[in-house]
Ligand binder design. Sequence first.
Ligand code: GDP
Ligand code: MN
Length: 330
Amino acid sequence: DSYEGWTGKFSRNSTKDSIYAPNGQKPVRAALVALVRNEDLYDMRKSVRELEDRWNHKYNYPYIFLNDKPFTEKFKQGIRDLTKAKVEFGTLEEGTWGYPAWIDQQRAKEEREKADYIKGGSESYRFMCRFQSGFIHKHPLLRDLEFYWRIEPEVHYYCDINYDPFVYMKKHGFKYGWNIAPDEYEPTVRTLWKTTVDFMKENPQYVADKNILDWVRNKDNTYTKCHFWSNFEIVDLSFYRSEAYQAYFDYLDRAGGFFYERWGDAPIHSIAVAMFLQKSQVHYFEDIGYYHPAMSHCPKGSKEGGSCVCDPGEGWANDFTCAKRWRAIS
Ligand code: GDP
Ligand code: MN
């Protein structure tokens, strides 16, 4: 009942999964992926430990860790000690971390000094958001992947996961899987919606016919601030590699809001989902119990309930407006 990395033996005796493994290959080329700093080692170890215990010890999907600085031996060993799955470590490619040439760095600095919201004063946080928005899916270590599952330090997986979410996504043709949907803090995305509207006007060919724009667009054509919290996301990477997504990212990057404001990868991924996909291509992983600092989702009476350590009454994140709005749209 185990997988041996996607190039290795597939020996699971399940008809549900084995349709994707006709030649003894791993059913989906996928990995757990995190951008992290060396100093995140112990918080990352907590996340990996739980993921292994709750899920990956049965599946052995590889891990990929990326960093703008070289990983220390201590970090690498500290992660490898926790899993028998393959683990890869990489640094970022030139041009994918930092400022593009057209950004006015003086203005960026002034905006940071004025930005009195969380991480408003941080330059590296902006590099991080830009990287996660436009470059992570193009990193050479991810080149052969069909899917990634994004992970972060300091998260919790509350329940056993007794199936393969990658296979589930692939089988159903889901492109984007999410778990918590809060609303964004307005000052971080002041002009993101206006820029998106301009993008759609100039590029109407990319917008899906049966799109989900009603999730992110109010009746008066303002942004609802709804987004999927991207610290958990399971994604068919062909979505981020698509011409439409690339065009959208380039357009946003030119506009400068990563630096003059503090645009996050979460609202960007989410608005892209709303423009380019239809609802049937997006999956809410209601059954995956999850916590990231500040918010949690505890499955309500899911089939995994017996193994969950969270209180369903306190997994409140998705009682918020945005998750309700998601359920209401078609
Ligand atoms: P939050 O979830 O929005 O509060 O942001 P985090 O601080 O958790 O950062 C998101 C992810 O990016 C985490 O996995 C961090 O470890 C990682 N990260 C944030 N800033 C940096 C950075 O400057 N360098 C590297 N290598 N990773 C970073
Ligand atoms: Mn985080």
